[in-house]
Design a protein around this ligand. Structure first.
Ligand code: URP
Ligand code: ZN
Ligand code: ZN
Ligand code: ZN
Length: 483
């Protein structure tokens, strides 16, 4: 079966031009004028863009005594409604579980996915078995390993564990990811705030100031550099973190930064809200920052020092958030955003002139595909690429509301935000997966996307290390003993 998308304006990370797209089965067969197929989708007046890729989601994540409320069914329905055709989740082994066993559990969980998907492997503990199984994880199509520098006593790993794991990543063509916050300092500040009687959601933000994130990003970059491996910093939320990434990149290091749509748009005034539920629903790590940090993140996206926009979609219901009534350290950390990422980024980024349309495609799709080593199968409008496409109507408007969302939770952190520019149709590998409010993809339509190992040399960090490799000095003048 062939389908032609007719009359649209194609927008890629590089180009904007008018052409039709011929889809044959699951892939793009041709791009050009006056194409014909068995079926036709009219895209006149709209933009045709690569489907969004969200490199950071948590479906049904076991976390802080509960599970995030969107599973792979509802979460990926939300993704499609928001123009996202691929999600990358996190496989998190239990303390007594090897990564390969954990992967089987996550494959089970992802069975109902409606979008294509992949995983990052969480390095939730460190030991011989983890070290031994890492190459097999890469063989299974997972080339990224996530390290939590926060959540002390739970997911956190120490510097020696990170260095060992990063070094292993370098050997096997994988890339480490970090959740960068100094977990020891956070734990101390949490205790101190609670002891002072500061137990509300606003104290969550006080316990995780930007300095704590900046320090951890600097430390992770240093460790990655010594291990000779590139680094990806998830949920980069503040100028201190961005500055560290910028500086490293200027020195030739391959360090990537991932702001979230939430941090770009929402700020810490949310925690000052008189309504406990309102503030608690916005508790995530890192927390929302004061507005000055948003300018830094937007500038980074425009300048290329930050490369991708994700959501870290980790949705908890109000009831779950209330587990932390009287103790902010027990409020499950996480917010949703998967359904709104593209529309909000377009509205606050492209419509305002902060980003070009091509930059929009780069940061929501193409750059992600390149960094995660799945380009041009994903993230491209090219013959042979998967036909993951969105028909984006720049004139369509809506007011974001939990009442109309696909996500399973009872609120939306973007409630009331008016967006201009919406994905009206989403195609997933050539199949219409979403149209104007209706999810067309079935449960289980999504497929696992293998992400092969990176070529170690091309992805290595700065080359200066070879020039300054330690060399033993040969000496002729050896002092005589006893002199
Ligand atoms: O608060 C957050 N971000 N929850 C999800 C887990 C994580 O740290 O990414
Ligand atoms: Zn995190
Ligand atoms: Zn409220
Ligand atoms: Zn996360």
């Amino acid at each position: 079966m062939t389908t032609v998308i007719k009359g649209g304006t194609i927008v890629t990370a590089d180009l904007t031009y008018k052409a039709d797209i011929l889809i044959d089965g699951e892939t793009i067969a041709a791009i050009g004028p006056d194409l014909a197929g068995d079926e036709t989708i009219d895209a006149s007046g709209a933009y045709v863009m690569p489907g969004g890729i969200d490199p950071h989601t948590h479906m049904e994540m076991p976390f802080m005594g509960t599970f995030s409320a969107d599973d792979f069914d509802t979460g990926t329905a939300a993704a499609l409604a928001g123009g996202t055709t691929m999600t990358v989740d996190f496989c998190l082994p239990d303390p007594d579980q090897g990564p390969l066993d954990a992967l089987q559990v996550w494959f089970q969980k992802a069975g109902p996915a409606r979008t294509d998907y992949s995983f990052h492997m969480g390095v939730t503990w460190w030991g011989q078995k983890f070290f031994d199984e890492m190459p097999k994880v890469v063989e299974a199509g997972i080339n990224t390993f996530k390290h939590f520098m926060a959540y002390k006593g739970a997911l956190m790993v120490n510097d020696d564990e990170m260095f060992a794991s990063f070094t292993r990543c370098a050997e096997i063509g994988a890339m480490p990811l970090v959740h960068a916050e100094n977990g020891d300092v956070v734990a101390f500040l949490q205790q101190k705030l609670m002891a002072q009687g500061n137990n509300g959601p606003e104290a969550h933000a006080y316990s995780r100031p930007p300095e704590v994130e900046g320090e951890a990003v600097n430390r992770a970059i240093m460790i990655a550099d010594q291990a000779g491996v590139p680094l990806y910093v998830v949920h980069t939320s503040c100028e201190q973190a961005h500055e560290a990434i910028r500086r490293a990149r200027q020195k030739g290091m391959r360090v990537y930064g991932e702001p979230l749509i939430q941090h770009l748009v929402l700020d810490d005034s949310e925690y000052a809200h008189a309504d406990w539920d309102h503030a608690a629903r916005r508790v995530m790590s890192p927390p929302f920052r004061d507005k000055s940090h948003q300018d830094s993140l937007w500038a980074g996206l425009a300048a290329g020092s930050l490369q991708v926009v994700a959501t870290d979609h980790c949705a908890f219901t109000t009831k779950q958030k209330r587990m932390g009534l009287g103790d902010f350290t027990k409020i499950p950390n996480g917010t949703g955003g998967l359904e709104d990422r593209l529309a909000v980024l377009w509205t606050k980024g492209v419509v305002t002139g902060r980003l070009t349309m091509n930059e929009f495609v780069a940061v929501t799709s193409t750059n992600i595909a390149k960094i995660l080593n799945i380009y041009p199968k994903k993230g491209a409008i090219l013959p042979g690429a998967d036909a993951d496409l969105i028909i984006f109507d720049p004139k369509a408007t809506k007011t974001i509301s939990a009442k109309t969302q696909k996500s399973a939770i009872d609120y939306n952190v973007f409630e009331g935000v008016e967006v201009t520019g919406l994905p009206v149709m989403t195609l997933s590998r050539g199949k219409l997966a979403y149209k104007e409010g209706d999810i067309r993809a079935e449960k289980g339509d999504g497929r696992f996307v293998e992400r092969p190992a990176n070529a170690p040399v091309s992805k290595a960090l700065s080359t200066w290390k070879e020039l300054t490799a330690p060399r033993k000095v040969e000496r002729t003048g050896i002092p005589m003993s006893g002199v």
